[in-house]
Design a protein around this ligand. Sequence first.
Ligand code: PLP
Length: 490
Amino acid sequence: MTELASPSVTPAFDADAASAAYRNALQVIGAVEPRVADAIGAELADQRASLKLIASENYASPAVLLTMGNWFSDKYAEGTVGHRFYAGCQNVDTVEALAAEHARELFGAAHAYVQPHSGIDANLVAFWAVLAQKVELPALTEAGAGHVNDLSDDAWATLRRALGDQRMLGMSLDAGGHLTHGFRPNISGKMFTQSSYGTDPATGLLDYAAVRAQALEFRPLILMAGYSAYPRKVDFAAMREIADEVGATLVVDMAHFAGLVAGKVFTGDFDPVPHAHVVTSTTHKSLRGPRGGLVLCQPEFADAVDRGCPMVLGGPLPHVMAAKAVAFAEARQPAFAGYAQAVVDNAVALAEGLTRRGVRLVTGGTDNHLVLIDVSSFGLTGRQAESALLDAGIVTNRNSVPADPQGAWYTSGIRVGTPALTTRGFGAAEFDATAGLIADVLAGTTPTTTSAGAPSRAKYTMTDGLADRTRAAAADLLAAHPLYPGLDLG
Ligand code: PLP
């Protein structure tokens, strides 16, 4: 057995055993549809060869990944542990109970629901749970129903009308909020009348006094906190005070920074779990688990949250719940705290490296896992910067900046994050070098001119040889920190 000395921030794995497992699996798959087996191998090769700075992505361990490929996938298990609508769920009960127990212990939560298939689903479960628990509908008593899930058709009609009056206050998209926090392309924007809070135009930081004033005026049912692209910590104690003052339920979506909460980098006022009524998350971003969702809540919401399936979710995915149990067990190991701290230290190194090279950052820096670059000073849109960086082998995504003049499609920003490359073993020196590569690409990219003589928002040219030089430098950095060291598909 080759037990590879993995960097202390990544879970060690038996490389010989993992190599044999994947080789055998690919042989079995390839006997049926070789193109799928080939694509799986190609995906590993591509991921190994790219400088992945997408803030929402990571690399799950072989143990987490292998847990998903088995006969749990074949099992129907609607219901909850010990209370299923299908027979023969004893082993699903084992893994769901384990995942929930690990989640409660990891986050110090009173209750954990591990069935949501994704972050969007977790938010939907949370929103319905708050509505079920908090909305006083005459229809509920008239219909004699004890729970919103037990309503008659007539009562549902009344509920739908009443829902039109329910309000959600969340962070605006251009300040870093997420579509599921009450915006129109998502069902939350249809369920709730929404208003959003932004950030201070001068600093880019959350202004809690302004959020309070807005909440007092708007009186939301749900005060939503959490983000996809805000590069700073959020004071959840302050948000809870605001929620209490206006009689709102505080829901925190920690999808992006769950790993920093699990790794005890965000503690005290910055840990959402003791302060929020309900906390939602994904499990696959900084938390480094399988693709999936999670809801944590205080006891008064537990019953409504547990009714997520079939209320708004399809049948549970037992193979993914099993993988969540494995990932949460990994996150409870001391090494995960080291990983979480390294993610933040590396983001600070990346931010400092960019600032030193004259790149402007929203809020001037970071204290979490992501950095938001404003590329407008280079005369570029986010779309041009994203494409030029990709040409140079650096994978990022474009993102709005506050009050973005380029709108949500072209944008003026690039979001970069450290969770994935930190898993690979990158440290501050590698992130500083990465900052140099990004700064060089931005400086060496120029918008082309349209036939009307204006700068294009999509097309660009790059200095001769820049893309190739950057790719070569990125390859050197990556070669020193192989992804899944020792894993050999043969
Ligand atoms: N919530 C936040 C804050 C997110 O950033 C995301 C995804 O990027 C989601 C929810 C949705 O997660 P999923 O893609 O798993 O549905």
